[in-house]
Write a protein that binds this ligand. Structure first.
Ligand code: CP3
Length: 343
């Protein structure tokens, strides 16, 4: 095990200032990203090219003094492997063939590890070439969020087709979730064995889960994923990110089995300290929009997060991915404030 700051926080060791990294740190806010991306014919090919995965994962390390690198891939590589014809359309985002509840066959015999071998290779290269003090983060989408994209075929306003499927196509929907659980376990296991130090599960559409089904689809799949990983002897820390889950964050923090809860930018950290399971680490939760224009509140808001989380187990991050408009100089400034913070 490498001695790095994020692992130290998980191990309850003292750190002088919190470790820091950024969600979507390897994306379009860095100009060089576009020249790396232009070397492949589309985004899926990019995510299947070992050399380009390595380059883009390392890209933010050239600019920032950060404590982690998240491997370059996408949560939608699982639907891609399940032959949903995933494409990334400029100006629209991801699109795929929508699944028709009760009608579409759910493929549950996909050799996902084999299909994502370039990711496995990239992580092995990364672990031997990224400095030891930088944690490597592997990830996957949570089954609910993957099911949302697979049923709607794209992002929609309120994911009505998915919510309808939950209420009316219980058996089929459960089968879909169960297959997704298996694939998520497989690719997280693969990433851990290839060298990831930490794993993260993104439930970006958690706020669409009806509260009646929160336990079934917000908590239980993650709990099963973590239990299965532990059974396979994958013991590294796991971060859960149920985006904008509001009051459901409390039960998630106690019941899902995650080692760290990533909070979105709407959560008041003082509320979190009172209500969230005190035995897990908290990650977050600066608003990425604060990193777009020059503004007088950036220093203050970063310091407020630091003061509130002082002496708590905390990983500094944004409360959702950096957008293409975020400015490198603003991000550098945040890192400087965090690194110079002395408690
Ligand atoms: O820097 C990193 O975080 C590493 C890699 C990463 C990407 N996607 C690369 C990417 C990670 C961790 C993800 C996760 C992901 N992908 C999530 C969960 C996090 C979240 O944002 O809630 C989701 C929902 C997706 C699905 C997805 N992929 C969407 C909705 C989009 C379009 C986004 C947009 O703003 O247009 C993508 C494409 C994508 N994935 C990009 C990147 C860098 C942009 C692609 C491009 O070059 O055009």
């Amino acid at each position: 095990m490498y001695n790095n700051k994020i692992i130290n926080v998980f191990n309850k060791e003292n750190v002088s200032s919190p470790p820091i990294w950024f969600l979507r740190q390897a994306g379009r806010h860095i100009p060089e990203y576009f020249s790396i991306r232009s070397q492949s014919k589309n985004f899926i090919d990019f995510c299947l090219n070992t050399d380009l995965i390595v380059q883009s994962t390392k890209l933010p390390l050239k600019y920032y003094n950060i404590d982690a690198a998240i491997v370059f891939s996408d949560i939608l590589m699982i639907p891609w492997a399940m032959k949903r014809n995933v494409q990334f359309v400029k100006g629209v985002g991801p699109v795929m063939d929508p699944m028709i509840p009760n009608e579409t066959e759910i493929l549950n015999d996909i050799d996902i590890k084999n299909l994502l071998r370039p990711l496995d290779k990239a992580l092995k290269i990364l672990r031997s070439s990224v400095p030891n003090h930088v944690s490597l983060i592997g990830f996957a989408g949570a089954p609910w969020t993957l099911a949302c994209y697979m049923i709607e075929g794209q992002s929609t306003k309120d994911f009505l087709l998915t919510r309808k499927a939950v209420w009316s196509s219980n058996n089929w929907f459960n089968k879909l979730i169960d297959s997704l659980i298996d694939y998520v376990v497989d690719i997280l296991e693969m990433q851990a064995n290839a060298g990831a130090d930490v794993l993260m599960i993104f439930d970006s559409w958690a706020h669409m889960i009806p509260s009646f089904f929160w336990k079934d689809f917000g908590i239980s799949p993650t709990k099963k994923i973590i239990n299965n990983l532990r059974k396979r002897n994958i013991l590294i820390p796991i971060i859960g990110f149920p985006f904008k889950a509001g009051s459901s964050l409390i039960n998630y923090s106690y019941e899902s089995g995650v080692d760290c809860l990533a909070l979105d930018w709407t959560v008041d950290l003082k509320w979190a300290l009172k209500n969230i399971n005190p035995n897990i680490v908290i990650q977050g939760n600066l608003d990425p929009a604060s990193l777009i224009d020059k503004n007088n509140n950036l220093d203050k808001s970063v310091k407020l997060i630091l003061d509130t989380m002082n002496n708590k187990r905390h990983i500094f991050n944004v409360g959702h991915g950096l957008t293409p408009e975020c400015k490198i100089e603003n991000i550098k400034k945040v890192i400087e404030i965090v690194k110079n913070y002395n408690n």
